[in-house]
Design a protein around this ligand. Sequence first.
Ligand code: PLP
Ligand code: COI
Length: 355
Amino acid sequence: MNAISNDIEIIKTKNTKINDVDFDNLKFGSVFSDHMLECDFKDGKWQVPKVVPYAPITLDPSAKIFHYGQSIFEGMKAYKDTDENVWLFRPLDNFKRLNISAKRLAIPELPENYFMDGLKALITVDKNWIPKKDGSSLYIRPFIFASGKGFHASPADAYKFIIATAPSGSYFAGEIRVLIEETYSRSANGGVGFAKAGGNYAGQFYPTQLAIEKGYQQVVWTDDNTHEYIEEAGAMNIFVRINDTLITGPTSDRILDGITRKSIIELAKSENIAVEVRKISVAEVVEASKNGSLKEMFGAGTAAVISPISGFGYKNEDFELPKLEDTFANYLKKRITDIQTNKAEDPFGWRYKAD
Ligand code: PLP
Ligand code: COI
């Protein structure tokens, strides 16, 4: 595919906000860099993207995003190493997944060069926004939504693809307690759970609020049919360690094919950690907790990387995870972040130089 870098117009801000940002105390995704990439779909095709100052956008009240929720997104990160080189992690996988989501939501698919060249142009312009502190990074949010007008319940004729970025610290402050869900579902067979569709997250908020009221931070989603199998932890894939085996559920219609998840599977295998990709029943996790073979549970995703779970609730009972000195979670988190930040060799070819 031809590069379009030379065709991308770059309109720079006259008022940088960078001096207002405390790079030593960054929250997750709450301050935004100076620029964004903006690209319109109209007249039946994607127009060449532009880098423009980060700013609010104006939409018609009948824009279909507001009514029918045609909206998808991705989450990725850029890292800067000690020599100021800029790195992305498996960005083509995010591009491919964006188009998988687009197809399912009847959104026109984006050409690869618009995504990749647009992303690189944006990151180059806002290179100074990439934090260098350990544990911080530039969180990148590519998204597409229906900007086309009309109350007719059918796909829009116009869309916007935007990439916005936010220098960010960690997603969770520490370990999380989770509630295994018995009533609500995140996704169903034949649905959109495998897509990163905005509505999937809206549907999670209410059950998550109920879990928070009970003293947990996240919900562990179970299969919609029986609620007997664990599937995801909030907006993360979930891993369980029983004895010395790491187990995660297979991806399906209902489970997002996480890039962190598949990287952890490959990394663990390459370190001779036993990995099983198979269904995990709640009964098995409860039984393993009772007999002491449940060593760890953790969530895995771009925003949180690996987030250890300290305990879980199920049917009004609380279960604690043991406090281990050496955990797979810590080990694998260090391995993966060292690769992402160019502190370690990358035998898998995951790191992608972005500048
Ligand atoms: N599962 C859900 C529902 C998510 O929203 C995410 C976040 O992106 C993940 C899993 C993890 O995916 P990835 O590792 O590609 O970020
Ligand atoms: C990510 O991990 O990048 C996500 O997209 C999760 C999120 C909803 C913050």
